[in-house]
Design a protein around this ligand. Structure first.
Ligand code: PHE
Length: 352
């Protein structure tokens, strides 16, 4: 190593000092460490080596080294500031002020969600609470507790999506084909009375076409108490229909069949498009089918530990997507469940 008193040492340090102004960012960092680094920096080592010199030399050479150290510190700081300014200037040169602004993405609520929230709110006003259940069910809750006979065609693989996984008792598991198994869960969970609405997804092995989706929303309802009659069913569901479709719609109940209700009915409202005179939307009938309903079957109450001598109740189930289609005049359910945001975002901003 050259000694600090050596002229070559000071000369070479001066040369390095003048080169600092040309260094790029990473070379600048490396050079700063190489010169000023506390462990092995060139200047640091030279300053340490001063100890070996005579008092006289220490004074002159020490002063020269300290002066050059200050110059190095100033040079590194100046070059660093210059590089930062340059980077900022380059960034602003790359900013093209003539480009069109970028659209900010605002999420919108899905039309089916809007309808679900509205329907749930109507029933909450009537004293119904919200209940939920899992999408994966067993056959017992999805079918048998609901009084489906073991040979019912709905149990066929053809209609029901079974899972490979088995339940805790080794029983087959499936994707619930309706939200009705949550009725069973609610009734088994505690004593009556029950007044619940149950929004959730249901799954069927259907092709995805204009009127079917393999996964779709349902809203289930259940009201069980002492003395609940078909009059309560009609009054509650008529009120609901008038709230959703307007006071002027007519409502009718047609006899129907479900294994878990007796008697069973389907509720229609007068066609919201033609007002009841007959059009394509109502297939000329003047009526639109809205939901299935009925008085909870005695056997279902028994299967769920509810005494049918003491309690009666009604249940209903509907598809909010169908209601959204009627409400918004949509011809195809795939518009709702197809996931095309250009279509879906027309229905309202968040909070609307
Ligand atoms: N679970 C029935 C369906 O999916 C609807 C329904 C629910 C009917 C409750 C009556 C009572 O079609």
């Amino acid at each position: 190593m050259n000694t600090p008193s050596d002229h070559n040492t000071l000369d070479s340090l001066r040369q390095r000092l003048t080169a600092v102004a040309q260094l790029d960012a990473s070379a600048l960092d490396a050079e700063e460490i190489a010169v000023l680094g506390r462990k092995a920096g060139e200047l640091t080592s030279q300053l340490k080596a001063l100890a070996k010199l005579s008092i006289e030399e220490k004074r002159t050479v020490g002063a020269a080294l300290n002066a050059i150290k200050l110059e190095f510190e100033a040079a590194f700081a100046a070059r660093r500031a210059e590089l930062t300014r340059g980077a900022n200037a380059a960034a602003s040169r790359d900013l093209d002020l003539s480009l069109p602004g970028r659209d900010t993405w605002t999420g919108t609520r899905h039309p089916v969600s809007i309808v679900i929230d509205e329907i749930v709110a109507i029933f909450r006003e009537l004293g119904f609470a919200v209940a939920l259940g899992p999408d994966i069910e067993n056959e017992e809750r999805n079918f048998f507790a609901l009084n489906f006979p073991p040979d019912h065609p709905a149990l066929d693989m053809h209609d029901t999506l079974y899972l490979e996984a088995r339940g805790s008792q080794g029983e087959p598991l499936l994707l619930r084909t309706h939200t009705s198994p949550v009725q069973v869960r609610v009734m088994r969970d505690g004593p009556p009375p029950y007044r619940v609405v149950i929004p959730g997804l249901a799954y069927r092995n259907d092709p995805f076409d204009a009127s079917h989706a393999p996964a779709f929303s349902q809203i289930e309802g259940l009201a069980v108490d002492e003395g609940v009659t078909f009059v309560d069913l009609k009054a509650t569901l008529s009120h609901f229909a008038h709230r959703v479709f307007g006071e002027s719609v007519k409502v009718r109940f047609r006899p129907s069949f479900f294994p878990f209700t007796e008697p069973s009915a389907e509720m229609d409202v007068s066609c919201t498009i033609c007002g009841g005179s007959g059009c394509a939307a109502c297939k000329g009938t003047g009526w639109l089918e809205i939901l299935g309903c009925g008085m909870v079957h005695e056997q279902v109450l028994k299967n769920c530990g509810v005494d049918p001598e003491k309690y009666t109740g009604f249940a209903f189930g509907m598809g909010p997507a169908r209601i959204a289609m009627l409400r918004y005049g949509l011809p195809d359910i795939r518009l709702l469940y197809g996931g095309d945001v250009r279509f879906l975002r027309q229905f309202g901003e968040i909070g609307q």
